[in-house]
Design a protein around this ligand. Structure first.
Ligand SMILES: C[S@@+](CC[C@H](N)C(=O)[O-])C[C@H]1O[C@@H](n2cnc3c(N)ncnc32)[C@H](O)[C@@H]1O
Length: 252
């Protein structure tokens, strides 16, 4: 018996790998974790495509109630579906570790992730520094972390990927504009000039989907662009090789 942690990729039902699909079909129970990211299809579309019932795993099931899923995998084959790649959100390492500690067989089926899809911008993945997240300010009114991480990356000339907060249960997804406003808010409190209107950035929406958007421009310019449906993320490039500069110009 095995716990299969299966990446679903970034778009819709057909982004699962062949191996992942075969395993989903063969499992006794299938859970879907959908609070750290968003697919461009409903969970009913997934269930229909897999021809399988899917149990939604909410925040509690994933972080505290995971024991139940891990225990179940001692006697049954269980699939735990994760949007994107299983290991590109910190929470999923916990279920893998718990399975190992409890002598439960665990297998991981990887898939594409936002952490690699950003390569489509033309920036080299090797040249990214620490990734940071921007939470909604009402949760963290004194927020500094994304600003500090940007400064650390800027010091070594590395690119910065900023993942934007989502509240799936409240249907709230941070936009590129909101993220820029939050960075400006931090700048106004800290005043160390890491952020200003003229900084070059890249806004991305729905990478991996047919209607993806990538736009290069100053923060001032990007703030006025409507990137459409979620998910969005923001990149602030560091020192660029001329080939990177050439490619990102294509998205202006
Ligand atoms: C916590 S990460 C989850 C990563 C996911 N497990 C993966 O492998 O892609 C979720 C955040 O990444 C960004 N993101 C995820 N998928 C995206 C996409 N297709 N296009 C743009 N941004 C995306 C958004 O900022 C979103 O709030």
């Amino acid at each position: 018996m095995t716990l299969y942690i299966i990446g679903l990729g970034l778009n819709g039902p057909k982004d699962i790998t062949m191996k992942g699909l075969e395993l989903v079909k063969s499992c006794d129970e299938v859970y879907l974790e959908r609070y750290t990211s968003l697919l461009q299809c409903s969970f009913h579309d997934l269930a229909k495509f897999y021809d399988k019932e899917i149990t939604l795993a909410d925040r509690n099931t994933s972080e505290q109630g995971m024991e139940k899923i891990v225990k179940q995998a001692k006697t049954e084959n269980v699939a735990f579906l994760v949007i994107g790649d299983p290991f590109s959100a910190t929470t999923h390492t916990a279920i893998f570790k718990m399975a190992k500690e409890n002598d439960v067989n665990v297998e991981v089926i990887h898939n594409s992730s936002i952490l690699t899809a950003i390569g489509q911008t033309g920036l080299q993945l090797y040249k990214f520094g620490k990734t940071t997240s921007i939470p909604f300010l009402d949760d963290f009114p004194q927020l500094e972390t994304p600003y500090r991480i940007l400064q650390q990356n800027q010091e070594i000339g590395a690119h910065t990927l900023m993942l934007l907060d989502i509240r799936v249960d409240q249907d709230q997804f941070m936009t590129v504009s909101q993220a820029i406003e939050i960075l400006e808010n931090i700048e106004s409190r800290i005043g160390e000039k890491a952020i200003n209107d003229e900084i070059l950035a890249i806004g991305c929406a729905r990478l991996g989907c047919d209607d993806f958007i990538i736009k290069t421009g100053t923060l001032k310019h990007l703030k006025d662009i409507d990137f459409g449906k979620p998910l969005h993320c923001l990149i602030i490039p560091g020192k660029m090789h001329f080939s990177e500069e050439e490619i990102i110009k294509m998205w202006t």
